[in-house]
Design a protein around this ligand. Sequence first.
Ligand SMILES: *Cc1c(COP(=O)(O)O)cnc(C)c1O
Length: 401
Amino acid sequence: MSVTSLPHTENQSAAESAPIPFFSQANAFRRLWPEIEARLREVADSGKFSHGAQVARLERRLAEYTGAAHVVGVNSGTDALILLLRACGLGDGAGVLVPAFTFVATATAIVHAGGRPQFTDIDPVTYGMCSDAAERAITSRTRAVMPVHLFDRMADVAAFTTLAAQHGLTLLEDSAEAIGMRRHGKHAGLHGAGGVLSFFPSKTLGALGDAGAVLTDDAGIAARVAALRHHGRPGATIGHFPAINTGSELAGVNSKMDDIQAAVLIAKLSILEQDIARRAELAAAYTERLTGVPGVRKVPGPVRDGRDDRDVRYVYVVEAEDRDGLASALAAAGIGTEVYYPVPLHLQPCFADLGHRPGDFPHAEEACRHTIALPLYPDLTIGDVDRVCAAIRRHYTGTTS
Ligand SMILES: *Cc1c(COP(=O)(O)O)cnc(C)c1O
């Protein structure tokens, strides 16, 4: 890839009509390219292209950033969930409570680990799993609870910590979207047995392809994930894990992280805090412009932003009347949007065997009908936000003022 081939804005009038994609990181890459290029050369010269020195370095940097005792790099957020669940022994039909409104991988990971998802409804204000609903869903087979930190805020981890303790459940977090988020001074993913990070390109810390990691303070869980990601070979791991080679005890998989992804992520981690601050500015600009616009039923509420508690605007989601009509109108204006998530998990065909019906989780179903995510990434300008908001206003009122 050549830096000079990346698109850039020529002048003001081009900026006024240029499409606004749902996601882009072209500017971020242009800025970081010299550092990334040097690291990629190092990878090429090293002769070790996955599971090598860049991956070990990234794991150390992420441990510093999150405060996790152990960070284990794998090849996606989905694999991180599967291996974390397996490392916690949640197979053999173990029931794991999860929200019905989340990315499908939250629940398919449970199936792949050998467990059984138990869906619950969400809090309609925060979109996080509702702890009261989760408590009502507990059965004799329930062994774990896995809230998801969705969009721009953490689920109520204090409530889930109490719930897990009262019912003897393992607490895990699907913190795939939650890098940079903290509650009570503790990073997302570290409030129970462990959590995950996804580095899918559009995530707050995105790679140039797929990558993920497990976060945990538990040395045993970390060692098992480290073995599982590499064919179950306990010694054939990197970094701070012991170098013994006794053959495979666990039936592992190949979920090694590529060093080129680790190299990209190390460079991007160095500007993550700037990116998070930029996201907050852009989100505040959206909220200011969209509050009170007819047709926009709900804009995100304020998030926490303090020393011990911080949420991060990963995506900017509003609830809209005639959501699909709005998406089409914005697409016609060259503005990309995304619907996370159009179908609640309990109504997806792959979970038909769980026997759920429409109406089982009304808040999740309502969120699926009305939510729409607007473009939000550090490359975006306030002028872009103005254009998106003007197009939304025009769709509902026929005028931009
Ligand atoms: C992105 C995401 C995942 C999966 O991560 P991948 O890296 O894409 O495999 C899992 N759960 C949630 C909530 C996510 O947003």
